[in-house]
Structures are given as C-alpha cells and as structure tokens.
Ligand binder design. Structure first.
Ligand SMILES: [Fe+2]
Length: 395
C-alpha cells in the first residue's frame, strides 16, 4: 500500500479555540461513554470518562461525535453552476458551499472536482481552474468554517483529462485522485439502457439517433484513451504522493487492476463481489450515504446496507446531499456487522481520515484535533446543533 504523506498542518494557520463539554454519549472510536471532553488551543487534551467537570458546558443527552470527514462531495459544483451554463461568482459560491458543509457536521472536506470533458454539458471544463483559484483564495482568508482539501475526479476516457489533471496538480494541492470511466456498458452503467434513460431525462430533445451517435463516440474514446490515460494518471498520482481511488469497480478483474495500481479507496463498487474483493485486499470501500438513507442505489447497483451487513463497508460519503453523511451513519447503527454507534460513526470519521493519511483527526482521542459535533436525535433523525473545528465554533 502506498504511504501517503501525513497531513498535520495546513498551509494557512487555522484559528484555534478551547472548550470543555460534557455528554452522556461521547462517541469514541471503539465505544460510547459518558463524561467530559476538554480541548485546549485546538487539541483534545483530556477525556474524563464518567465525570462531568464543573467547568464543562453540559450537553445533556445530546450526542458528541467527532467532526465528520467527507471524501467525495459533488456539492461544490452546483453552488458554482446552479443551472446549466449559469455560473455564480466562484468566491461567493465557495463560502456558501462551505457554510452548508459545516452545518452538516463536516469539519474536513475533500471538495470533489471533475477533470476531463466527456460530452456532458454539466462538466466544468476550463472553468475548473477558476473554481480552484476561488477555493485557494477563500482558504487564504482563514475564514472558511471547514478544513478543505481537493479530490480530483478524473474521467479517464476524456481526450483532455491528462492536460487538465496535470495543470490542476501543478497549480493546486490535491490529496485524492479518482479514476472514473462512465462509458456506456461499463461499470456504473454496465446496463447501458440506464445511462440512456439518464441522458433522455437530462438532454431533453436528443433523438434516439443522436443518443446512438453520442454513445458510439463515448465507446470510441474509451477504446482510444481508457488504458493509456489510466496508466498515466496512476503514475502521476504516485509520483506526487496523492492517494488514489478506483470508481465503480464492478468485477474481480477491476479490483485486481486497482490493487495492481496501489489504489487505497474503492469508491462506489457496484457489486457485492467487487466490494468483497476490495475490502479483502485492504482497500477502504466507500459508498454513498444517500444510498443508505434512501434504501438503495439511484443507479440500481448494490445497496450500501447490503455491503454493511456483509462487513465490506468502510466509509460513507455524502456524495450529492451533505446532510446525508450524519443521517447515513445513524442509519447503519442497527446493522450487526457495523459495531454499534461507535462503528457507524467510524465510517464517517476515523476510516476516511486514515484512508487519506490524516492521522491528526477522525476520532475523539487525546492529541487529536478538537473537531467536535453536537447531535440531537429528534424522532430518530440526527440533527446537528453545534460544530467545532479545532475547538472553535464554526456552525
Ligand atoms: Fe460513477
């Protein structure tokens, strides 16, 4: 397995704070305990089990969980491009997105940006760099609520993906790079008819003949670029110490390829067999939290709950709805193989942190960042009430 450079400090000094909070349910990495958590200058310095310290703010029955770590959220793109061909001022879009992410209890986020034009009009194209500039500018203010990193999602069959990825990696810090292939008949769209339905809905007015031509072009690009671009991107990722993610692995052969490429995260495997093989090979299996909340995959592939029940699920990601991350984690609590509330919360904190080399966060433990979230259960729904990043309230 590739060793990813540990992330211990950000380029911009992060503001810190101190606090002491008490809860009857502090979710540690391996168990839930009552007590008090003390944060000084941004770092957890004490966990007093079974004790409510006098100086602590008492959160009563509200649950104290570590700040959530999100590896794959698409949500920045719709803030920047809320309608097809409509672009919001990117600096403003980043702050608006940041606030929504924080309110969902996420304190570390990998902003997921797509590189490579695949004929889908919702792709950013060259505007990718405008958004990258805005994220950097926003980070430099020190005013973002959440700690932001970048997940570059590379559509490997796109003719321009290498140029875009090289430029992005040259200009910006990228910590996770995923290798996607959405060719009709492959992986997520092994059933090409499902992709056809998707485009029928999305590109209204496209005739069946035009869809045929569009699909034929996608298959031509797959044959021309799929192998060579994947190889180049894997080499670039390793050369720069960027963690790699596979995407929509479907067969054992896909997983073998991911293992050979020293991939660390298996995003959205589409079958039980691919998830089982990935997990057994030591890859962290990531599934969409909306899949848990909605009770199944929107693409008709394997359900996240089925993978959790089989013991193959390691990480949840909010994918396209930020609040689904906390809701999805609580939705796993009753799955026997998960390990109760502590195990469920690990899928949205410790596991994603470890998979990307972030050793300073992801759990409530002495020496870790004081990233804390106060959650109340209302009619079984987890509601995020307060969020602290490095001991400072951010939502
Ligand atoms: Fe996909």
């Amino acid at each position: 397995m590739t060793i990813v450079e540990p992330v211990t400090a950000s380029a911009v000094a992060e503001p810190v704070g101190s606090l002491a909070v008490a809860s009857r349910s502090i979710v540690l990495a391996d168990r839930v305990v009552p007590g008090t958590v003390v944060v000084e200058n941004g770092v957890i310095v004490a966990i007093e089990e079974d004790r409510i310290l006098d100086e602590a703010e008492d959160w009563g029955d509200d649950i104290l969980v570590p700040g959530l770590v999100e590896l794959h959220t698409d949500h920045i793109e719709p803030h920047y491009s809320p309608r097809p061909k409509v672009f919001w001022e990117p600096f403003s879009a980043v702050f608006s997105y940041d606030a929504q992410i924080a309110a969902a209890g996420i304190t570390t986020v990998f902003d997921s940006l797509r590189a490579g034009s695949d004929g889908d009009s919702s792709m950013l194209g060259a505007r990718l760099f405008e958004l990258g500039d805005a994220i950097e500018k926003a980070k430099a203010t020190g005013l973002l609520r959440v700690d932001h990193h970048t997940h570059l999602r590379c559509e490997i069959c796109a003719a321009d993906v290498l140029d875009q990825a090289r430029e992005y990696l040259g200009r910006f810090d990228v910590r996770l790079l995923s290798l996607m292939d959405h060719t009709p008949g492959q992986r997520q769209f092994r059933d090409a008819e499902k992709l056809r339905d998707y485009y029928r809905g999305k590109k209204k007015g496209m005739s069946e003949e035009e869809l045929d031509a569009f699909f034929a072009e996608r298959i031509r690009l797959h044959e021309r670029y799929g192998v060579v671009h994947r190889r180049a991107l894997v080499d670039i990722g390793h050369a720069r110490g960027v963690a790699l993610a596979s995407h929509d692995d479907t067969t054992v052969e896909h997983v073998e390829e991911s293992v050979a490429d020293r991939v660390q995260v298996a995003e959205f495997p589409t079958t039980l067999e691919a998830a089982a093989a990935s997990h057994a090979a030591g890859l962290a299996v990531l599934m969409g939290a909306p899949n848990v909340v909605r009770g199944g995959s929107h693409s008709g592939n394997v359900s996240a709950i089925a993978l959790a029940e089989a013991g193959h699920l390691d990480i949840l990601s909010s994918d396209y709805v930020p609040v689904s991350l906390i809701e999805g984690a609580f939705g796993l609590v009753d799955v026997p193989a998960i390990g109760g509330l502590a195990g469920a919360i690990r899928t949205v904190s410790k596991n994603p942190a470890e998979a990307t080399g972030m050793t300073d966060r992801g759990e409530i433990a002495c020496g870790k960042r004081g990233d804390l979230v106060r959650v109340r259960l209302l009619d079984g729904h987890p509601v995020v009430r307060e969020v602290f990043r490095l001991g400072r309230r951010v939502s």
